[in-house]
Write a protein that binds this ligand. Structure first.
Ligand code: B1M
Length: 217
């Protein structure tokens, strides 16, 4: 079976929440030397299927939980290979977190892993992070980039509040600090609404943006 077939099978198995089938394909892809990011992208597409099925009522919240668990296991398998694929000396400090009210962390964790692979030092604040915590930790860490993740439409408001607080209260303490937002319902319009500098809808774009910011710093 070609890698392309394996990938579309993986997307469907994840969509069907078939844990054993999905893990088997991932193992085969890894053994065949398939680049980790290809596997992760296929998983991303599979998660979209799960999301659609949840939205149209075929899955319940338990389906989302199951999907999250399968993806966590896939990431554990893929992670060691990701580390050997990327190694570089660029560096910068990133303060990262999922904004208040939002508990989704799989995408954020992926961003953290990729940044780490590229030599960034990442302080991860976790999920459901209040604006005040972003501010407090930003003043301590003095990051080049504050990265905010949010998967819910509701998260845009939390991003807006967090960025407004950072801008109002940090004074001159965070010179040249850029704000990157990421998630699945993010676009240019959202970026403007929340007052961020950059936006990304996948981890690789997020990584490229961070590298560019630090290079231009
Ligand atoms: Co939730 N959920 N969920 N969920 N969930 C979504 C996001 C949803 C789109 C499903 C749907 O209805 N289609 C929908 C949001 C709808 C909306 O707001 N418009 C939704 C909902 C409604 C909910 C609840 C409200 C359900 C409920 O309780 N009734 C609830 C909310 C809880 C809360 O946060 N307060 C909820 C809960 C959950 C679980 C906890 C069960 C679980 C999350 C487990 C976890 O994260 N630990 C879960 C899951 C698994 C999903 C879906 C199915 C998959 C998300 C995922 O992990 N994708 C999701 C459907 C979907 O996204 N299509 C859905 C894979 C991951 C690799 O992608 O996280 O998008 P993603 O990350 C990407 C990019 O977004 C980007 O890069 C990543 C990798 O490429 N990115 C960044 C993310 N952060 C970035 C930061 C950056 C740069 C890029 O820089 C800083």
């Amino acid at each position: 079976m070609s890698l392309k077939d394996e990938k579309s099978q993986l997307i469907n198995l994840l969509g069907d929440l078939d844990e054993n089938g999905a893990m088997e394909i991932v193992r085969r892809c890894i053994a065949a030397g398939d680049p980790p990011m290809h596997i992760i992208n296929a998983c991303d597409a599979g998660m979209r299927l799960v999301g659609e099925r949840y939205q149209d009522g075929r899955y319940f919240i338990s389906g989302l939980i199951m999907a999250g668990e399968i993806l966590r296991q896939v990431m554990a398998l893929v992670l060691p290979f990701l580390k050997t694929e990327f190694s570089d000396n660029s560096s910068g400090r990133v303060l990262l977190g999922t904004v208040q009210g939002d508990l989704h962390d799989i995408g954020k964790n992926l961003v953290k892993i990729l940044l780490g692979c590229y030599g960034f030092s990442v302080v991860d604040l976790g999920v459901d992070v209040p604006p005040e915590t972003f501010l407090k930790r930003a003043l301590e860490v003095k990051p080049h980039i504050v990265g905010m993740s949010g998967l819910l439409t509701l998260s845009h408001e939390a991003m807006r509040e967090t960025i407004a607080l950072l801008k109002a209260e940090s004074g001159d303490s965070l010179p040249g600090c850029s704000i990157l937002i990421g998630g699945s319902y993010i676009d240019d319009r959202v970026c403007q609404f929340v007052g961020a500098d950059y936006w990304a809808t996948n981890a690789v774009d997020g990584l490229h943006i961070c590298r560019r910011i630090v290079e231009e710093h």
